[in-house]
Design a protein around this ligand. Sequence first.
Ligand code: SFD
Ligand code: AMP
Length: 634
Amino acid sequence: MTEWKTVVVETDLLICGGGMAACGAAVETAHWAKQRGLKVTLVDKAAVDRSGAVAMGLSAINLYVDLNGGKNTVRDYVDYVRNDLMGITREDLVANIARHVDSTVHMFEKWGLPIWKDEKGQYVHEGRWQVMISGESYKAIVAEAAKKALAEAGGEYFERVFLTHPLVVDGRCVGAIGFSVRENTIYVFKAKAVLTAMGGAVHVFKPRSTGEGIGRSWYPPFNSAGSAAFTITAGAEMTCQEVRFVPVRFKDGYGPVGAWFLLFKAIATNALGEDYMATNDAELDKWGPYGRAKPTPANLRNWLMMLDIQKGKGPIYMQTGDAINNISKAMPDEKSARKKLKELENEAWEDFLDMTIAQALLWAATNVEPDKKPSEIMACEPYFIGSHSGASGAWVSGPKDLQTAETESEYFWGYANMTTVPGLFAAGDASGASSHKFSSGSFTEGRIAGKSALAFIVDKGNGATVSDAQIAALAAEILQPLATFEKHRDDTTDPDINPSYLRPKQFMSRLQKVMDEYAGGVSTQLATSKAQLEKGLELLAFLREDASKLGAETLHELMRCWENRHRLLQAEAHMRSVLFRDETRWPGYYVRSDKPAMDQANWLAFCNTKYNRETGQWTMVKRPVKYLTSDSER
Ligand code: SFD
Ligand code: AMP
C-alpha cells in the first residue's frame, strides 16, 4: 500500500461537520473563543460552501417565530412541534431554539441572503412559521460568514476530511479521527470538547430512485449517518431512533410541496379528483389528541394519502393548475390576472430552481406547465433527520433556565446540548427529540451548543490524553478496506466479484434490501412487525460480520466504506427502537402491522438506546415525556 502520513491537530473546540449547525457554532464560538484565547477548529467531509442539506440552496426558511412582530410566542411554536410529533417532544430543547431563532434569520439577511418582502417591507410568509427566500446561494452566504469568523478568531477549518470515529478516553470525548478524501493522510483532532453536527442519514432505506435515477433522494446522499455513528460509537444515549421522516414530494424529482400547500394554497387529490384530506377525515379521530390538531401532523397527512393509494385510488396529484388559477382569477381585472399568473408561474419554477433543481429539469423534460397540468406527488423513502419532521438523534441536556421542578432531573445535566458523554455536544440533525428546527433552527442550535461547549472547556480544562496505541489501532481499522482490496484484487478477473471482499455499493444494496423488506420501506408500504424486525436484525448481524471485509480501491471508495458502516449503526438503532416501541404512533412514517393503534397509556414516552462498542450490545430504555406546562396553562 502507498505511504500514509498522520497529521495531528490540537484545538480547544472541535466542530465536526460544516453544515448549518456547524456554521452556526463557528460564528458564535469564534466570537467568545477570541475573548478567551481558545481555538476553534471545524472539519467537513466536503467543501463548506456547498456541503450538507443546503448545498443546492433552499427556497424558504422554515422556522421564523417573529417574536417582535408579536403574532406568535415561543409557546405557540412548542405546541405546534409537540402536536406534529404526536406528543413525543422535548419542549425545553424546542423552546430554546425558538426563542433565539429570529436573531439568526436577521443575521442571514444582514449577510446578504435575499428574503422576500411585501409592499410594506415585511417578510413574505409561506405559512405561519416559514418565510420565502431567493436562496440558491444560501449555503455559500452562511459558509462565508463562518469561515470569516473562524479566520478572525485564529481558528482553522479543514475541508474534504471524512471523520470516522470519536476519540474517547475515560468516558470523555477528547477528539475525532478521520482521513483526507484527497490525499493519503490520517487526521487526528485532539480537543477539549467536541460538537458533532454531521447531518442526518440518507440511503439507509432503499430509495424509490433506482436504475438510471439511483442516488437521487430528497435529503442529500452525503448525509450518511455520520452524526448518529459518532454519538452511538462514543456510547452516547440516543433518542427517537424510531422517528424516521417520510416527506411527501413531487414524484421522482423530489421537489418540495410546502410552497404549494402553504403559499399557493393548493389541494392534492387522488386520481378521481377527491381531496383525500376531506374524504378520509374520520380517520383522524383514531389518533388521540393529535388527530384533530391544527395543522394536521405531517405523518397523518401522509397517512390519509396512503389510505387512498391502498384503496386503489392513486396516483395522487398536486392540483397546481387549480391553485395558480384560483389566485390569479381573484385579481380585479383580466390584465392583472394575467400578470399574476405569470408571477405565480415564475415563483413555482423558482421554488424548485432554488432547492431541488432536478425537479425543474424533470418538469421541463416532461413538458409540465404547472398552470395547466397537475403533477404527481408521493411519500418518499424514510430518512433519519432530527431537524425536520423526524426526531432521531442524540439525547442531549436542555438549558437550565427552561427546566421545571418536574423536568430538571430528567432533562438537565450541566451543559445545554451536551450528550450523555461528557465533552460531546450535538446540534441540528445530530440532536434528537427537538424537531422542526430546519435550516435556521439548526444554525441556532449550533450557536447554542457551541457556546455551551466553550463553557464546558472553561470549567473542565484538559481531558485525558489519547494514547498513540489507540490512534494506531483506529488508523489501521480505518485503512483496512484499502489493504483488503489490494491483497485480493488479482484473485479474480472481475474486481466486483471476489470471495474475499465486498465493495461498498454491494454492502449498501444489502443494507437497503434488509431495511426495505423488513423494517418498513417503500416496498412494504412502510409497514413492518415484530417478527419482520427480528428477522431483519438477524440479517443485519450477518452484514455487520461482513463489514470487516469491505474493500476499497480508491480514497473515494474508502469514504463510501465508512459511510456505509455509519449507516449500518443507524439502521440497527432504528430497527431496535421500532421493535421496542410496541405501538403505531406515526402512521404515514411507519406502521407496526401487529400493533396498529396508538397506546397513550404505555408509550407516551421516549424510546432511548445505548450501544456498547466493546460488546456490541444495545440497551433500550424508556424515558418520560414531561411538558413544560400543563394543558390548562396553555
Ligand atoms: O422545506 C461530515 N431543509 C429546509 N430547511 C429550511 O429552513 N427551509 C427549507 O425550505 C427546507 N427544505 C429542505 C431542507 C433540506 C433539503 C435537503 C431540501 C429541502 C431539499 C432542511 C435543512 O436544510 C436542514 O434542517 C439543515 O441543513 C440541517 O443542518 P445540519 O447542520 O444538521 O446538517 P447539514 O446542513 O446537512 O450539514 C451536515 C454537514 O456534515 C458534514 N458531514 N463531515 C465530516 N465527516 C463526516 N463523516 C461527515 N458526514 C457529514 C457534511 O458535509 C455537512 O457539512 S424543505 O423542502 O424541507
Ligand atoms: P415541505 O416542503 O413539505 O418540507 O414543507 C415546508 C414547510 O411547510 C414545513 O414546515 C412543513 O411542515 C410545512 N407544510 C408542508 N405542507 C403542509 C401542509 N399541508 N400543512 C401544514 N404545513 C405544511
